[in-house]
Design a protein around this ligand. Structure first.
Ligand SMILES: NC(=O)c1ccc[n+]([C@@H]2O[C@H](COP(=O)([O-])OP(=O)(O)OC[C@H]3O[C@@H](n4cnc5c(N)ncnc54)[C@H](OP(=O)(O)O)[C@@H]3O)[C@@H](O)[C@H]2O)c1
Length: 176
């Protein structure tokens, strides 16, 4: 009910995953099972009986709308940090809108490579972040890290003295 993006389908999937995980850990009983069951039935009824799903929205699609509104050119230098489900979705939108100058950083390089291949961009390991010196026009960050990744000093080192405005899109807040 408190979702930033009302009707975001991903939330129902996250609820189910969280329930399955808690069940596997032996943390749930009949009360929670019934609440989840009824919640899923109610959510499906809302999707089926209203127009909430007519124009699917997600945090990723809203972020891209803002990015497009900003007038960022399609050859802008974009760095993407994290290559999980959310940034994969963002990458699909970037591809649709012909952004192609994208560098993807991730701990698991294969996932970064999958996104880079789709966009014709480049994949780099997560630990290459600290030595990155090529600048950027837009940073899109979304990881499950519990600690801040982009520190003030790291950010300053990336700017390399550039004073042109840069866009930062942080999709990991609030974290689960
Ligand atoms: N604003 C919102 O409403 C919203 C929407 C969607 C997601 N989120 C939040 O964004 C976060 C990521 O979501 P997701 O759907 O992309 O999750 P995901 O599919 O599980 O992917 C997690 C990503 O974070 C990376 N990662 C995890 N721990 C890390 C660490 N300690 N250091 C560096 N990288 C780390 C993973 O790298 P590896 O591939 O190497 O494991 C992967 O790229 C979650 O916390 C989620 O709650 C918020």
């Amino acid at each position: 009910m408190d979702s930033l993006v009302v009707g975001e389908r991903q939330i129902l999937g996250q609820l189910r995953d969280a329930y399955d995980q808690c069940k596997a850990w032996g943390l749930t009983g009949d009360g929670i099972r019934l609440v989840i069951q009824h919640t899923v039935v109610a959510a499906k009824a809302v999707y089926a009986q209203t127009r909430i799903g007519d124009k699917p929205v997600s945090v990723a699609s809203l972020a891209i709308q803002q990015l497009l509104k900003s007038g960022l050119p399609t050859d802008a230098r974009i760095i993407m940090i994290g290559a999980g489900q959310t940034n994969m979705l963002v990458a699909k939108f970037l591809h649709k809108h012909h952004f192609h100058h994208v560098t993807v950083f991730n701990r698991s390089l294969d996932k970064a490579q999958a996104i880079a291949d789709m966009l014709g961009g480049r994949a780099l390991p997560f630990n290459a972040l600290s030595s990155y010196t090529e600048g950027f026009d837009c940073m899109i960050v979304c990881t499950g890290a519990a600690e801040p990744i982009i520190t003030e000093s790291l950010y300053a080192s990336w700017l390399q003295g550039e004073t042109d405005p840069t866009m930062v899109i942080d999709l990991a807040i609030p974290t689960m």
